[in-house]
Design a protein around this ligand. Sequence first.
Ligand code: ATP
Length: 381
Amino acid sequence: MVNVKTSSGSDALTDTKEISKDKPLLEIRGVSKKFGDFTAVNNVDLDIYQGELFCLLGGSGCGKTTLLRMLAGFEKPSSGQILIDGQDMSEVPPYKRPTNMMFQNYALFPHMTVEKNIAFGLEQDGLAKTEILDKVDSILKLVELQEYKKRRPQQLSGGQRQRVALARALVKEPKLLLLDEPLAALDKKLREQTQFELMNIQEKVGVTFVVVTHDQEEAMTLSTRIAVMDKGRFIQTGTPTEIYEYPNDRFVADFIGSANILDGKVVSNIDGMVEVSTYLGKFSLTSNSNISKGSNLYVGLRPEKISISRTSSKSTNITGYIDDIGYFGNTSRYKVRLDNDQIIDVTAQNQKRPKDEKDRLTYEDKVQLSWDNSSAMLLLK
Ligand code: ATP
């Protein structure tokens, strides 16, 4: 058993649970989908392993739902191949696939009770009554809805309805559960709480989940791995830590969290130690990409990796003036203007409650910024 990793990240990044990488459960091989002249999914390749909670993450229209629908069999790929457990799915209709789909709007039957909603699929499959009762009972326990089983969907809260939909999808014991924006209908607080419930349930049942979401925080919290999509392509695939700490390019660096992006020129590349010159000075960064001296690329510096203070110290990298402040309670976001009029974003944790106004950084304060060189990110494009 090893952690799932991609080639881009370091082995020290262990935010994933143990997943066996012996054989992929899902293999996506050069899959494209065209609608007329428009390419919604463009030649994607991906392996997903048993027990993973994998997120397809991207903005509106990037092709993530189309890809999910191809996995479910609701859309046919224009080219490429999808295999589940080694079996080619090209000619397998949705109802014969070892998959089940949980829809964004849950698609519950309003006239049926919770237990009838959950039992429906099993009844269609012709299972014996006692077996259905047993299965429904144990799945109701899993999602902690036993006492609600006689209610109808409209007599439940949004979070409870979400759990009924999940129970109904899981009760058929799919190998692969496909979830389209599973938490989108919930408000922010409930969504955060439900993310942890969803992870716990997935861990208990061990079913592989593929989740479509446009919410970066949700993908970061839920996933063993994420594929970031844009214009039908996978831009980067990796664990949440790999994607956040080692984005390949400006799109990913800015899509997941935020980053100060600096234009850079490569001064030297000696055995993978790349020295890049930027308006914030020189950065020495490691890379195994083939980068030649003189080439233009970018350096990313996340706002929370920069320290801000009124007092200068040996570690000060640059001085600036506070141009703007966003106060969020737990953190504050500062826009710091440098002498060359460039603006740097800095996020600071509000660890201490300020005793008085003097204690608080304010507009036009002269501030010292510092950072650890190793937290800068090398962005190739
Ligand atoms: P969202 O988060 O907004 O749902 P998405 O990433 O899931 O976005 P898709 O639903 O996969 O995006 O759509 C990708 C692109 O393909 C969009 O531009 C969409 O208009 C187009 N598309 C999807 N289905 C069809 C269809 N049946 N016919 C024509 N174009 C389609």
